[in-house]
Design a protein around this ligand. Structure first.
Ligand code: HEM
Length: 168
């Protein structure tokens, strides 16, 4: 036995950069909530939504790469069968599930509202569904709750990786 294996520095950088991306997307989405609760008017709310949708779509490949690379780290021996390893695994799977849920529900929330998906002035993906409140309403609520959890879970994943690196 060579002793306990630890996450590499690259694993830590990926966990930190991914957490920063998720926190930034979270804050970008919270601008919508701030515009609504600050009663900033319909124009400001709509602008905040399209800004978040644009950044959400542009960031989706990075979010998925983050999820994939963290999952890849899960296959390295530092996720061992001790308590920290087990907790780290649960946090990591929760994080991956949340990230996939967010990038899948985001566009569906837009389409089922009856809107085409506008990504800044870059491109538009027409709605395949039209207005579909029965799908839109629960997914909108789900997106918001998953969004609120995501910075915490990404932060916990980073903390678990740092602890695994620091342990003796
Ligand atoms: C990691 C990825 C994402 C995070 C962390 C995130 C975060 C958020 C947050 C914090 C909100 C506002 C919640 C509130 O009202 O309190 C929000 C709302 C929203 N997000 Fe995202 N989002 C992500 C991905 C996406 C993507 C990819 C899209 C679309 C392409 C999207 C579309 C929307 C829409 C349309 C709303 C407004 C929902 C409503 O209030 O009607 N999001 N998101």
């Amino acid at each position: 036995m060579t002793g306990i294996q630890k996450p590499s520095l690259i694993d830590l950088v990926i966990a930190a950069a991914g957490a920063a991306l998720v926190i930034w997307l979270y804050l970008n989405g919270e601008v919508i909530e701030a515009a609504i609760s600050g009663q900033m008017g319909r124009e400001a709310i709509i602008a905040a939504i399209w800004n978040h949708v644009g950044w959400g779509v542009v960031s989706t490949p990075l979010v998925l790469a983050y999820a994939f690379l963290r999952l890849h780290a899960e296959r390295t021996p530092y996720f061992q069968r001790d308590t920290l390893g087990r907790i780290g695994k649960i946090i990591l799977w929760a994080l991956v599930a949340l990230l996939i849920f967010l990038v899948v529900t985001g566009p569906i929330v837009v389409w089922t509202y009856g809107s085409d998906l506008k990504v800044f002035d870059l491109f538009v993906i027409p709605t395949p569904t039209g207005k579909l409140p029965v799908v839109h309403d629960p997914l909108e609520v789900g997106h918001i709750w998953a969004a609120k959890a995501s910075p915490w879970v990404a932060g916990l994943d980073l903390a678990a990786a740092i602890m695994a690196r620091l342990r003796r």
